[in-house]
Design a protein. Sequence first.
Length: 296
Amino acid sequence: MDQAEQLRIIKANQQIRPTARVITVTSGKGGVGKSNMSINLAIQFRKMGKRVIILDADFGLANIEIMFGAVPKHNLCDLVYEGKSISDIITWGPMEVGFISGGSGIAGMSNLGRDALTCIIQNLAELDAITDVIIVDTGAGISESVLEFLVASGEVLLVTTPEPTSITDSYSLLKALYRHPRFEKDYTKVKMVANRVDNVKEGQILFDKLNAVVTRYLKTPMEYLGCVPQDPQVVQAVMQQVPVSIQNPGAKSSQAYERIARRLCDKTQEEQKRRGMAAFFSHIIGTRNGAAKQSR
């Protein structure tokens, strides 16, 4: 069976199967709280009654399992190379948030062979039937593996802090994304969260500053989801390997994560077409297949 036939099967299955909402969380640089954002949004979605699975797509540098204080028996490598099923590699963390560890040994999407990529597509597409929301926690920066996920995603959540390096790197990431040959501005919507700010005003100023530059030079404005304040409770929760949204629901950071999750789930957001994990990965394999044909 060739890849074109596999794509036709995936698209046909989408007509009769449920689809999950895929939200890809990213950042221009490491250490800005991206994985904390993924985990705490997942917890807030669970509190709203939604089924959630996190895909730790920072291959070889798995953070989600450490922050959950969980030890997965299997990871994505076992799916590709050991013949494990999708249910085998899901680890269930606090509040029944599932996550799939990137483990080690996979350099990134751009380095996977055709057979390995096809295996991932066919198996991860099954997540559509067992969850409502899939959060893809990417690596930081502008590597090809990160950009592969971003151009395939309908919703990109960009985490930025007031640090000058974070602002500069966020712009560099968006520049690389918006100028990517397969980026479609009508398909991929970027939404920014200002993290570790002193107050709401600082978060708004941070967004306005970055969005003004992005709009002027890249011609594609972002959407603002809000801010998460600087909160020592987050650091304490990380040290104890318990999400702050569970450890201290009344913390100002927990309340901020809840507001952001609710904004993501409001009526206008829910009206967006949900493409699901099957479409997410079929987009990757389809564009890669097209690029391969052009290079011949």
